[in-house]
Design a protein around this ligand. Structure first.
Ligand code: ARG
Length: 294
């Protein structure tokens, strides 16, 4: 019997379907000027004391964790008058070497977009970008776009305009599935849903069903029968705002149950404490824009 088990395990390791990491390339922006001076989501309390040095130190641990895992990280220069710029995921979406820049929903963040456009254009040759497009309709990039290998899940209801979903589909040539968000605490898709595996044909996600309309929950059940459902207490600490490289899942540290759930599926949860940035309504994924050449 023991032999049988061992053989099965050995075979299983070579089987497609097991969590497998892929080297990633990320764009991040240091929280040098991070602060909470306006309220554009329910997590923000304007004037709340913010320890910027602590925010920078916590963010640096996230950077070091990525590089320690062998991932590449590029940096965008922070701007003094843009306290939310640390949330780099909102600036642009790249798929297959094509980039669609954000058009922010709120006046406070609108000026961030041009910094992302400029960075992507300056680095286009090095990254192999085929196109960097500016968006006509509002889209807050990877805040509302979850990119899998063969489709993009797109949130609307609070920030991104559904017309921006069609604009992304056209800009990057990928099918886009629209999902309606219904709870203001989960104002971006990446606060309610995270991609665990983006391998084409076998993608998987974790999500918080109650953040979505009935119809959108049904779509997610059809597309992802194996998905991980997050509990209230994990959603409430922004646990779904994680980043996975296909094996390692960098997850907001207080989401303990979710960490256990992904570990059961064979992933390796790595807790990351970004408590200062949580005051702005963001965590791991919000700080991380993925650069996708393929
Ligand atoms: N304060 C920022 C905002 O409300 C937080 C953005 C978080 N980013 C994210 N990808 N969810 O826009």
């Amino acid at each position: 019997m023991v032999t049988t088990v061992t053989t099965t395990r050995a075979l299983a390791q070579g089987q497609p379907g097991l969590p497998t990491p892929r080297p990633r390339h990320y764009l991040m922006c240091p929280p040098t000027y991070f602060d909470v001076v306006y309220e554009i989501n329910p997590w923000m309390a304007a004037g709340a004391p913010v320890d910027t040095a602590k925010a920078v130190a916590q963010w640096q641990v996230l950077v070091d964790t990525y590089t320690g895992l062998g991932h590449a990280v590029d940096f965008l220069d922070p701007q003094p008058s843009l306290p939310d710029m640390v949330f780099a995921a909102n600036g642009a979406t790249s798929v297959g070497g094509r980039v669609l820049a954000a058009t922010f929903a709120t006046p406070q963040r609108k000026p961030e977009a041009s910094h992302h456009v400029a960075w992507h254009r300056e680095n286009a040759d090095r990254l192999g970008w085929r196109a960097v497009t500016e968006a006509e309709h509002v889209n807050e990039a990877e805040g509302d776009f979850a990119v899998l290998g063969d489709l993009v899940l797109a949130g609307y209801g609070f920030r991104t305009d559904p017309r921006g979903h069609a604009e992304l589909a056209d800009a990057v040539g990928m099918p886009v599935v629209s999902l309606r968000l219904v709870d203001a605490r989960y104002y971006h898709l990446d606060t309610a849903l995270g991609v665990l595996d983006d391998t084409p044909g076998r993608g998987n996600i974790a999500y918080y069903p109650k953040a979505f309309s009935e119809g959108s929950q049904q779509i997610l059940r059809r597309l992802f029968p194996e998905a991980v459902f997050a509990a209230d207490e994990d959603a409430e600490v922004l646990g779904l705002n994680f980043v996975s490289d296909g094996l390692n899942v960098l997850v907001p540290h207080r989401a303990e149950k979710l960490s256990a759930q992904v570990a059961e599926r064979g992933y390796v949860p790595i807790p990351v404490d970004l408590s200062e940035l949580l005051k702005g309504g963001g965590s791991v994924k919000c700080c991380t824009q993925e650069l996708r050449k393929a």
